[in-house]
Design a protein around this ligand. Structure first.
Ligand SMILES: N[C@@H](CCOP(=O)(O)O)C(=O)O
Length: 493
């Protein structure tokens, strides 16, 4: 197995090198040269633990790692840092299935990959005999940042710098990042939005002069965002795991197709679901759920991707994104791996802010269906799901729930559907509590947490409860065009 660029100009490299590089030198994203097909082996995987399944899948892509190396990374990732032995349980709530991906150390689905990827990177550095220090640049709209900080903290030969939009994350997300411990962690808020942070970081990756200067000072850049293939591959595992658990628990028969509904921002999570389909998982539809920043809904509806619009700050801030990076990997597949076409579409996006795909490509997108949820619908549905089922969901999961309810109205099919539940409701406690018709005026963050717990008879996750006594350790702030300067200050170059 090798990895190549979506833009065609980089060399073919092994997984460990792709993980170290993060982004291709031509600005493209690494993709596997092929997708191994597991369809005939699915029956053998029923009943495997999360860790066992993870090994079976990762070894197909990362074949420059020994099984022992992969096992050691997997054991360090999926252990008692998670508050359930299942790691990623799929729960049946009334007629819906929820794949809960928020049982890790930072209470969001990003832990599913970011507890593992740092260990893969450590091994990759050794394999590629890299002596320089790695600087992980991360742009976040709230969840990736904290999960990456936690995953990379105190690792030798690695520093991590996280940029987040000052006004674009929830208070709890901000606190989680600002209180981060570790001798190698740096957190910077920017006066801008997530797209500014992500574009800024990508420009820095592609800035040859700056990279030369860093190298002179013994630093190499890499990424913990899902643009790094080492972030994306571990996310494929939980789609297989959820499916196999539905089979094991006799909700479906092996071979039955299912739908996944994925709350979507940067397009990494739903792309991992698509990769699992390309690997033979019986997937019917992938329902791409957006909030009011519904650029992806329009894309699936019309074939036009247009980021020339105002970015709204919503109650699902992790999805407040207009430039969904991983869509480039999808374009690569639906053009039948035609990198000339990908280059031309990405050039249009960079130069004009929009692109339009042709009819063939649209046809190849038929696994996907887009829906979106308004702020009002999210609030209503958190309330409804809780009142009807005594089950609490966060604002992002509720975007997916709402999208599925809309999809169902027009699609009368008897197909099991898994709603991907991406974060603990406690990360967005103010909006969740006020959705339950509770007055949150004059309540500070910690009273909100306590009230939410009392009201819903659920426990505040320990990592969030502990924030009450945690010290603020990071106060850096910069303008959106000052990312490079900030990095220079941190690294003293
Ligand atoms: N929603 C994300 C945005 C970055 O996405 P990623 O999957 O590329 O890391 C966040 O919470 O930061």
């Amino acid at each position: 197995m090798h990895f190549i660029s979506t833009r065609g100009c980089s060399e073919k490299i092994k997984g460990s090198k792709a993980i170290v590089n993060g982004l291709c030198s031509d600005g493209g994203l690494y993709v596997p040269t092929e997708f191994p097909n597991l369809e005939d082996r699915l029956n053998k995987f029923i009943g495997l633990t999360y860790k066992e399944l993870c090994l079976e899948i990762l070894k197909l892509f990362l074949d420059d790692f020994t099984e022992e190396e992969l096992k050691s990374c997997i054991n360090k990732a999926y252990n008692d840092k998670f508050d359930t032995k299942l790691i990623a349980p799929t729960k049946k709530i009334n007629n819906h299935y929820f794949l809960e991906l928020y049982h890790g150390p930072t209470c969001a689905f990003k832990d599913m990959a970011l507890t593992l990827m740092p260990h893969l990177l450590e091994k990759s550095l050794k394999k590629n005999k890299i002596k320089e220090e790695i600087v992980i640049l991360t742009a976040t709209s709230g969840d990736t940042g904290k999960a990456a900080l936690e995953g990379f903290k105190n690792l030798d030969q690695i520093k991590i710098i996280v940029f987040f939009p000052e006004d674009g994350v929830s208070n709890i997300q901000k606190l989680q990042m600002r209180t981060q411990e570790g001798n190698n962690t740096y957190v910077v808020s920017i006066n801008g939005n997530f797209d500014d942070a992500q574009s800024g970081v990508k420009n820095i990756f592609n800035d040859e002069e700056f990279n030369k200067l860093l190298l002179k000072n013994n630093y190499i850049l890499s990424s913990a965002n899902s643009i790094n293939i080492g972030r994306l591959l571990p996310q494929v595992v939980y789609y297989f795991y959820s499916y196999l658990n539905l089979v094991k628990d006799k909700h479906i028969k092996l071979g039955d197709k299912i739908n996944f509904v994925v709350p979507t921002g940067n397009f990494g999570n739903i792309l991992a679901a698509y990769y699992s389909k390309l690997m033979g998982l019986p997937v019917n539809k992938l329902i791409c759920a957006s909030n009011e920043n519904n650029v992806l809904y329009d894309f699936f509806d019309t074939g036009k991707y247009d980021r020339n619009r105002v970015l709204h700050l919503t109650t699902s801030p992790s999805m407040d994104i207009l430039i969904s990076s991983n869509l480039e990997r999808l374009l690569f597949e639906v053009t039948k791996r035609n990198y000339n076409k990908v280059n031309s579409l990405i050039n249009d996006l960079n130069n004009k802010g929009f692109y339009e795909i042709d009819n063939n490509m649209r046809f190849n997108l038929n696994t996907f269906h887009g829906e979106f949820a308004t702020q009002y619908e999210i609030k209503e549905n958190i309330n409804k799901v809780f009142k009807e089922n005594n089950y609490l969901i966060d604002t992002h999961t509720c975007v997916a729930y709402t999208a599925y309810e809309k999809y169902r109205k027009n699609n009368f099919e008897d197909i099991a559907t898994v709603i991907v539940s991406t974060a603990s409701p406690y990360k967005f406690s103010k909006d969740v509590l006020s959705s339950l018709d509770k007055n949150i005026e004059n309540l500070d963050e910690f009273h909100v947490l306590e009230n939410l717990s009392l009201e819903t008879n659920t426990n505040i996750p320990l990592p969030i409860k502990n924030l009450k006594t945690a010290k603020i350790l990071h106060n850096r702030n910069c303008e959106k065009y000052e990312l490079k300067k900030e990095i220079e200050n941190i690294l003293k170059v």
